[in-house]
Write a protein that binds this ligand. Structure first.
Ligand SMILES: NC(=O)c1ccc[n+]([C@@H]2O[C@H](COP(=O)([O-])OP(=O)(O)OC[C@H]3O[C@@H](n4cnc5c(N)ncnc54)[C@H](OP(=O)(O)O)[C@@H]3O)[C@@H](O)[C@H]2O)c1
Length: 311
């Protein structure tokens, strides 16, 4: 397993992060039992994964807590709290209570990376002015080690929120959407992160559009119909088939390798409920960069898009 230093946190972590949310939620969204999901987390650790990302909203914190019993020291543990709840902007007492609940479910006394979850341009100011000071207090009290922020990529594919975050220096880690269909983080987020030493976790590396051939065809057909891509470039019948050759076995593999080797990206999150997919994805993310001509072609065809997430 390759490792990387997660920006200014100085933490050395695996380049593969286990994503415990997304459409699979460790299999909890796709019919797995809790025991199977606990086993999947253990499998990830056995494969050398040392970064695990969950969230209050995913309903998987207690599964992670069970899987980490006796193995807590093997991982850098990340979780998230949303800046709003059903009643509106989250207050500081509710934030503190939410972090305490997460610690209990995770069966630990400290979270390494605490994100404000799915922050948008409209919730950024409250996050920065009200919640960050409380997170810094929680950090000083030893409940959390580093502050992080994740964007709502499906709703904010052009990274408007990070345009606001770029003015601040309080974030140690940021979770950003990046994949062949939307590479706009390269100009909009990664230079800021680099300047501030912010550790970058990639989400949406594959998601639905890159893991389901029918969905990819639908998305690309729509891009052509809407004038975002030239007809015939790519081939509508099998749009990313040019990536599958000589040692690259699938579009999924190509997408994970594309994210892994983007300069400035540290950890690539992979979400799955399927043990075979987990093993494949660990291998893919540890794989070499795509051939330069394939990366260049992805940049040429899709590099100007910033309005879709591949969700
Ligand atoms: N705003 C936020 O903060 C936010 C939003 C979204 C995600 N996240 C985090 O980012 C993590 C990664 O996101 P994600 O889980 O959506 O993204 P992902 O890893 O890009 O894609 C996961 C999807 O691809 C499928 N898949 C995975 N490996 C496959 C393979 N080898 N072959 C075929 N299909 C495969 C999965 O289904 P199977 O279960 O069938 O493998 C699942 O539907 C999440 O788990 C979560 O931790 C954060």
């Amino acid at each position: 397993m390759d490792t990387v230093v997660l920006g200014r946190t100085g933490l050395e972590v695996s380049v593969v992060g286990l994503g415990c949310g997304g459409h699979s939620r460790l299999g909890q969204a796709t019919g797995s039992t809790e025991a199977e999901s606990v086993h999947l987390v253990a499998q990830a650790l056995d494969l050398g994964v040392s970064y695990v990302d969950t969230a209050r909203a995913y309903g998987t914190e207690s599964i992670v807590g069970r899987a980490l019993a006796g193995r807590r020291d093997e991982v850098v543990l990340s979780t998230k709290v949303a800046p709003t709840d059903g009643a509106g902007p989250l207050g500081v007492a509710a934030l503190r209570a939410a972090v305490q609940d997460s610690l209990e479910r995770l069966a630990t006394d400290r979270v390494d990376v605490l994100h404000l979850h799915g922050v948008t341009a409209s919730t950024y100011r409250h996050s920065r002015e009200v919640l960050v000071p409380e997170l810094l207090a929680l950090r000083d009290e030893g409940w959390i080690r580093f502050l992080a922020i994740s964007e709502a990529f499906a709703a904010d594919p052009a990274h408007e929120m990070f345009g606001l975050a770029a003015g601040d220096d309080c974030w140690d880690v940021a979770m950003v959407g990046f994949n062949p269909l939307n590479q706009s983080a390269r100009e909009r987020v990664l230079p800021w992160a680099e300047r501030h030493g912010v550790g970058i976790e990639v989400m949406f590396a594959v998601r639905r559009a890159l893991s389901r051939p029918d969905e990819l065809r639908r998305v690309v057909t729509e891009l052509v119909a809407d004038g975002h891509l030239q007809p015939g470039d790519p081939d509508l019948a099998d749009p990313l088939s040019f990536l599958v050759h000589d040692g690259c076995g699938s579009v999924v593999e190509a997408a994970y390798r594309f994210a892994r080797h983007e300069p400035g990206c540290h950890v690539v999150l992979s979400g799955t409920g399927n043990p075979a997919h987990l093993a494949q994805n660990v291998e893919s993310i540890n794989g070499p960069p795509l051939p330069p001509e394939d990366t260049a072609k992805l940049r040429r065809i899709f590099g100007g898009l910033d309005h879709l997430s591949g969700n």
